[in-house]
Design a protein around this ligand. Structure first.
Ligand code: G1P
Length: 267
């Protein structure tokens, strides 16, 4: 059973500057809740019991947002403003489910996962990237089911246009059965010429905890960062099974200003 999830939140959000200069992009609203709550709720609905949030000192507002604000609560109680208290209490649904760890220099997604090494206890965990919102289907739940069915690691995937391949990690596969790709290799943000397919990695993964040791040996790759894609590649070379699941939900890219504005129209 997959009970633990890692959510990397320490990135600088440069694609959303200047909006993300002070306010973490994950706290931007999307419909009736923040981007982060969409991700947290997806995890809880998928049966996750412990959510590990990788933050940094610059992203301390995330912890503040999710922690009780006693001053505000007392103030509202004195004013008998029960409506506002109710709105604040909505965040109590995450109580006792969150663990915060710190990644203080932005050295990439792989390094973010490494920051969580001392708190991951089980053999497999869920990794969810907050830039990638998926609606109309709980993609985390779906890939956990695929993991249970194939006893393999799983990566969510979506077919993308030629013009988009250099923005994503791309899957090379040996076999496709229904919506599942049997992964033989991965390439992080290739040029169109070097892209092995049009199937992109979208930010939902079920990964084996042994990836931590392969991350420790992973050198900085694309963009000078420690890439999770490179650590997964070395596990694939070592014969670990990875399935790419082409999910059926609607993908919203909230990591760029255009993507975020388009996402808002869906709510
Ligand atoms: C990360 C991954 C990439 C994946 C993408 C999905 O890239 O490294 O493989 O395709 O998320 O959003 P990033 O968006 O952090 O540059």
């Amino acid at each position: 059973m997959i009970k633990e999830a890692i959510i990397p939140l320490a990135g600088l959000g440069t694609r959303l500057l200047p909006f993300s200069k002070i306010l973490p992009k994950e706290l931007l609203p999307l419909g009736k809740k923040t981007i982060l709550e969409h991700i947290l709720d997806e995890c809880l609905e998928a049966g996750i019991k412990k959510i590990i949030l990788v933050i940094s000192k610059r992203k301390k507002f995330i912890k503040d947002y999710l922690s009780p604000d006693h001053y505000l609560l007392n103030y509202l109680k004195k004013k008998k403003d029960y409506k506002s208290i109710q709105k604040l209490k909505i965040l109590d649904r995450y109580k006792n489910k969150l663990t915060f760890v710190y990644q203080n220099s932005p050295k990439g997604l792989g390094d973010a996962v490494l920051s969580a090494k001392s708190v991951i206890k089980n053999k497999f965990f869920l990794l969810v990237l907050p830039d990638d919102i998926i609606i109309k289907e709980n993609c985390s739940k779906k890939i956990i089911n695929i993991h249970n069915k194939y006893h393999s690691s799983v990566i969510a995937s979506k077919k993308i246009k030629n013009s988009e391949v250099s923005r994503y990690g791309i899957i090379k596969y040996s076999k496709k059965i229904n919506n599942n790709l049997f992964i033989s290799n991965l390439v992080e943000k290739p040029s169109l010429k070097n892209s092995p397919s049009n199937y992109a990695i979208i930010g939902r993964y079920v990964l084996p905890t042994k990836i931590i040791s392969s991350l420790k040996n992973t050198k900085r790759g694309s963009a000078g960062e420690v890439q999770i894609t490179d650590a997964i590649k070395s596990l694939i070379y070592d014969d670990n099974k990875f399935v790419g699941h082409i999910f059926s939900g609607t993908y919203l890219d909230c990591g760029t200003i255009n993507g975020y504005n388009n996402s808002l129209k869906k709510f």
